[in-house]
Ligand binder design. Structure first.
Ligand code: ZN
Length: 313
């Protein structure tokens, strides 16, 4: 029984990726890539929702945090718009035009598709890695990325909880690498699809184990460290899909001897509604000052409040 449980732990991540990848491959072969991607993504999201209930990694993260509506709205506003833009770009033939304009397509279009997709993933990952790293290390960009990190639990629904400026910055620093090199539309759809599948798995609250996969892919095990409030752990593991650039630039972090923290989030204040979260990066310092003042007033008033009545004698 123990052996079976162990096999299940280790096979969930690769198994779900294999099923999602097969769904996308079948859709692309039938010339219905975008439809297949959306259907596969929905099935994967539904499966993760059920798995989170059945075998959570962190049971306290199952409790509602009142952020479900902002999570979904950020997802719809940012991710869907971006994915539509990427698919439209890939289908418009602009990729080859860009490649031609930058000195002719240098992309090895005659290589097998899996090899092309691997090269595309590693190349795009370089841009994604730096887009993510500067979002943590530059205060002017952190205030946008803080919307994502303000979540106090990880689960499949907050995968798309990103400020749209944050998402566009990552897109601008990654997709042009592929467009400039003349990557074909199918390769870009594959990279976008795999990024979405790896992304939703990375945030899920499902008990899984990863073994050697932790040295290739950005797994939930690695990403839970990235959401730590302790910046010695949080400012690590910037890879979106792969960890190759974390290993090269020495920002890889894992510690098999202990569990990643359950208490995650940010040190700063974050307003509760979607609209406020979209606005707050633009008024960041003012909002933080007001929030700190409000906190001090509440703490002071709690101190002067009379204690509970003594029991009758
Ligand atoms: Zn981050």
């Amino acid at each position: 029984m123990n052996l079976l449980a162990k096999i299940l732990d280790y096979s969930l991540w690769p198994g779900l990726m294999l099923i999602a990848g097969t769904g996308l491959a079948v859709g692309l072969s039938l010339q219905h890539g975008p439809l297949a991607f959306n259907l596969t993504y929905l099935v994967l999201a539904g499966t993760l929702y059920l798995l989170e209930k059945a075998r959570p990694h962190e049971p306290t993260w199952l409790e509602a945090d009142g952020q479900e509506i902002p999570d979904v709205t950020h997802t719809l506003v940012t991710k869907v718009a971006v994915q539509v833009a990427v698919v439209a770009l890939a289908n418009s033939g602009i990729t080859l035009q860009w490649g031609a304009r930058s000195g002719g397509p240098i992309w090895p279009t005659h290589w097998p598709l899996p090899l092309q997709v691997s090269i595309a993933l590693i190349s795009a990952e370089f841009g994604l890695y730096w887009a993510h790293r500067i979002a943590h290390e530059w205060p002017a960009l952190w205030r946008f990325h803080a919307v994502h990190h303000s979540s106090e639990r990880l689960w499949f629904l907050n995968t798309g909880r990103f400020h749209f400026v944050d998402t566009l910055k990552s897109l601008i620093l990654s997709i042009p690498i592929l467009l400039g090199a003349g990557a074909p539309g199918d390769v870009i759809v594959w990279v976008s699809g795999l990024t979405a599948f790896i992304g939703i798995l990375t945030h899920c609250n499902v008990r899984m184990r990863f073994g050697w996969l932790n040295f290739i892919f950005n797994t939930p095990g690695l990403h839970r460290w990235h959401h730590s409030k302790d910046l010695r752990e949080g400012n690590k593991n910037y890879g979106e899909n792969l960890v190759i650039w974390d290993l090269i630039f020495r920002t890889y972090y894992d510690d098999a001897r202990r569990r990643p923290p359950a208490a995650i989030g940010i040190r700063e204040a974050m307003p509760p509604t979607f609209y406020q979260q979209v606005v707050v990066p633009f008024i960041w310092n003012k909002y933080q000052r007001k929030a700190a003042l409000k906190k001090r007033v509440i703490e002071a008033s709690l101190k002067v409040l009379p204690g509970p009545c003594p029991p009758p004698t």
